[in-house]
Ligand binder design. Sequence first.
Ligand code: AP5
Ligand code: MG
Length: 193
Amino acid sequence: MRIVFVGPPGAGKGTQSARLVSRLDVPHLSTGDLLRAAVNEQSPLGKMADEYMSAGRLVPDHLILKLIGERVLRDDCADGYLLDGFPRTLVQAQAFDDVLAEVGESIDAVIELVVRHEVLVKRLAKRGRSDDTPEVVSKRLRGYEEQTRVVTGYYQDRGIVFRIDGEGTPDEVTARIERAVAEASGGRLRRPN
Ligand code: AP5
Ligand code: MG
């Protein structure tokens, strides 16, 4: 299955993706993690991405599309993947659809994690990643409202968007997501061992 996780900073995309990939046995593709690795390696992409990320701004679409376009062509993605933090703009969503259409594929499910603003702010303050300072967090949250919220609307007509309450314990959220994925997959989700 090809699944997309959408949600504001701190919604739990990374936490929940990590849990779901072990059930689905597909790779977890987090553009944020891929970019942070590129920044650590000081690769050309990392050098370009760094200034955007530390300012809480989205990295330009063409860089992200190249990154993810190459990644999904690798062998381990043949049976699907879980996208965490991509697509994040309408341009990314449309361009990625074109990439998939060329090989006769499409997104199977979009999981939107919904969490109140004040809960997001508290979670991120507690975590302390380098882009979790109050100033950068507020820019990331604003960026979500301005550029990413529309992404779920893009997929809405296809009936593949699942709005999930992302509050409560991680286990509670996982249970809600697993129900949605089971529905989207027509029961193909493996049962826990
Ligand atoms: P990215 O790494 O994707 O960051 P983000 O979207 O801001 O989201 P976070 O990773 O902060 O939150 P999350 O939803 O994964 O939550 P998590 O599980 O960690 O992107 C970083 C930057 O890269 C962007 O700002 C941008 O510059 C760039 N970028 C990435 N993708 C891009 C793209 N497609 N286009 C352009 N630019 C891009 O949880 C957060 C915290 O809450 C953790 O401490 C966790 O333990 C805790 N938590 C999780 N769930 C719960 C729960 N149920 N209860 C209590 N605590 C919880
Ligand atoms: Mg994350």
